[in-house]
Design a protein around this ligand. Sequence first.
Ligand code: BG6
Length: 491
Amino acid sequence: KIKDNFQFILFGGTGDLAHNKIMPAFYNMLKKDILPETFTIIATGRRYDSQREYLAEIKKSLSSNIKLDKRIWQLLAANIEYFELNFKDEADFLALKKILKQKSAGKTIHNRLFYLATAPGFFAEIAENLKKFNLLNLGFEDRDSKLVIEKPFGSDLDSAQQLNKSLSNIFSEKNIFRIDHYLGKEMIQNIMVIRLSNPIFRALWNKDYIDNIQIYLNESEGVKNRGKYYDDTGVVKDMIQNHMLQILSLITMEEPDDLSSQEISRKKVEVFKELAEINLDNFDDHIVRAQYTGSKKDGQEIKSYREENSIPDNSMTSTFIALKLFLNNQRWQDVPIYIKSGKRLAKKEAAIAVEFNDDFHQSYLKEKGSESNLLLIKIQPEEGISLQFNTRKPGSINRIVPVQMEFCHSCEQLFNSPESYEVLIHDMIVGDKTLFTSWEEVYYSWKFIDKFMQKCEEENINLHHYPALSQGPKAADELLADDERQWWDKK
Ligand code: BG6
């Protein structure tokens, strides 16, 4: 339970994120009795005219996902204040300051968080206005207020640096919380525990015992109403630069000396620095990019990417990518790390597959049916772990059969994203930065992605196609088939 009171000032309080993630997270936290006795949420936005209308809309979106408990809803509603604010209007910031002053009168405020759930183009301007109109220092030292921002943190290394420069003039790094919501997912938090607290994995976590690693984040949804953003961004910047590289770093980093957020971040940064540049000579053997075409499902037409709202007819944006990566370090030298992610694939599924070497088997065991060991960490929709190992086939004469030992973390729970926001909101309030992305991580991940994107442009590499709601482009399977391997989500 969070003991100290807090003020949570939400910019973009009327947007999708507030409706679908942030407010449901607060509701659940209240239900679980995690929030302190007193707290204030000031939701700013422009879409609604009054407090009443705002609360009615929030209630509506909450009720569409959960069966509302009236008492909890009333508790939440009593702590929310809607405030109409235009980011450009100085008078609005002064009026917001007045409200904050009123809310703080006669109390010690322990935490003040400014959460920017707005388009990233507004981050710097809002932060500057907060400083200019002295909203940060009411009862606080300026740099003690916290700033929370959602990805994307820039659209390349340059813009990320510029953004960071503006923000770090106002907030100290300790108080900037950059959200990568994948880090709040249960099984992503579990990676370090699985790796470090089990000697059977810990001892084998290197190139001598691991043949390859696969990470896949498949989505079945298209770009929905985010066409403009997505077409400018594409899958590499939308999913790889952040979520995928974060997962990759947690899976491959050296063991941290302690569990402090700084130490873990240091180890992750080492991974980003050690990512091998893809060799220009065989670029095509390492990358498959693709875009979805139209298809038909159950008699219904499914739109192609280019037919989605706000997407130009001739767009060359990738909605799918598969990559073969390597790390230049002792632990992982020559171990391929295959990653892929795409929109409009057959089903939503994310997992990490760690395939162990089978060089240790005698060939006569392979002939009898023995296969490699596999550790599968399932991220979503099912959360769990599966371990494949070999055993004697019951009742057979000397046959071997691979079997799976399954642990299902949450079979019941089909969609876990709001929960990840509960964890993240809790941690930002109490000031624990472990599940947030540090500036160094952002810097080095962009550095890698910038080079990569530049090469893609120089090489003008082929854009493959795949039908919407299919298994993805064939070329992605060939990427592994050429190495005599197969994607584990296809097995
Ligand atoms: C976001 C991307 O960061 O993650 C979206 O911008 C993507 O395009 C989403 O759909 C996926 O998140 P989740 O939790 O649904 O897997």
